[in-house]
Design a protein around this ligand. Structure first.
Ligand SMILES: CC(C)(COP(=O)(O)OP(=O)(O)OC[C@H]1O[C@@H](n2cnc3c(N)ncnc32)[C@H](O)[C@@H]1OP(=O)(O)O)[C@@H](O)C(=O)NCCC(=O)NCCS
Length: 315
């Protein structure tokens, strides 16, 4: 059966850097508290007129430029986002128009912070079913639009940005590079993280989400390795959703990833929800920290509560 491979990545972050000291001027917090409790040193915040589609389009353009494919080869665009303000046209159609892709299947997908992994699995499944051949999968967020800048418990956490991947069908005899997805949700915990109503703000029971992430996610990540036939000791990089450095370390510790680089893009980007995994992965690959073909464990989790993970081969 045909599988798929991630063949290139790209990312975009707004130019404006917001430091912890800057936030300490608007809410009662400190650089020390934020570094200690969450691990963030700074985040990027989009300009007023800069949209989710703008950021998604630039990241997708970079991924496409590195793929060796052209816009006419792409027949599917999926954008994972929970922060796009516009309902229609969707972000995927705008990305397709930006890139000059003529007639792709174009959809947005919202599972909050697990969105990129869900979208990657959806593209992989479409390719396996013969419904697509070359897809662009994007995670893009402008969380600054959904942030209550008077709430110190949330406003220190989030940032804006986008990351994208080009995913193509494998050739005859070529090993698939996107492993089986392990995905699901915890609907009984749906009210622990909310972005509700109009005008919506992010609200969460931080400790409940923290506990769930550090206890429920490790066995799911191990299942993703098992289903890919990869021992955790073989994983070259662990790219988890960048929610909190302590959550990432807590999960990694339980996985026995003896040879893996642990992505910590949260330090310079904050929590960018669906963008955090492709953003962190794209930077690791750009810095050549992971060899091409090496197994990388992706693990998304967040609002819903939802989760999704798979092992991919590094482009
Ligand atoms: C949000 C989070 C960083 C808070 O850290 P925490 O260690 O759980 O902190 P608590 O909520 O217990 O708060 C501890 C104290 O710090 C205070 N505090 C909260 N935010 C603060 C801030 N920005 N600066 C200073 N103090 C702060 C609280 O008011 C509380 O004070 P109190 O003890 O006087 O009541 C942490 O719970 C977390 O990361 N949760 C997971 C969130 C997440 O991943 N969400 C997205 C999922 S995709």
């Amino acid at each position: 059966m045909t599988g798929s491979r991630v063949i290139s990545l790209g990312h975009y972050q707004p130019s404006r850097v917001v430091t912890n000291d800057e936030l300490a001027q608007i809410v009662d917090t400190s650089d020390e508290w934020i570094r200690d409790r969450v691990g963030i040193q700074q985040r990027r915040i989009a300009a007023d007129g800069e949209t989710v589609a703008d950021m998604a389009g630039i990241a997708a353009e970079k991924a496409l430029a590195g793929s060796g494919l052209s816009a006419t080869d792409i027949d599917m665009v999926i954008v994972a986002t929970c922060s796009s303000v516009d309902r229609c046209p969707n972000v995927a159609s705008r990305v397709a128009a930006h890139l000059g892709i003529a007639a792709p299947a174009a959809m947005d997908l919202n599972t909050a912070c697990s969105g990129f992994s869900y979208a990657l699995a959806t593209a992989d499944h479409a390719i396996r079913a013969g419904a697509a051949h070359n897809a662009i999968v994007v995670g893009a967020e402008k969380l600054s639009d959904l942030t209550d800048w008077t709430d110190r418990t949330t406003c220190i956490l989030f940032g804006d940005g986008a990351g994208a991947a080009v995913v193509r069908a494998t050739a005859d005899g070529e090993e698939p590079g996107v492993g089986p997805v392990v995905w699901g949700s915890a609907p009984d915990k749906k009210d622990t993280l909310k972005i509700e109503g109009w005008r919506p703000y992010i609200w969460q029971e931080g400790q409940a989400v923290f506990r769930w992430a550090t206890t429920a996610i490790p066995p799911i990540a191990l299942q993703a390795c098992e289903r890919a036939g990869v021992d955790p000791s073989e994983i070259a990089a662990f790219v988890a959703h960048q929610a909190n450095a302590r959550i990432i370390d807590g999960i990694a510790k339980r996985l026995n990833l003896t040879n893996a680089i642990i992505a910590k893009d949260i330090v310079e980007s904050g929590n960018t929800s669906a963008a955090s995994i492709p953003l962190a992965l794209s930077k690791l690959v750009e810095r050549r920290e992971v060899p091409s073909g090496a197994p990388v464990l992706l693990m998304g989790f967040g609002g819903g509560l939802t989760y999704s993970g798979q092992v991919i081969r590094c482009p």
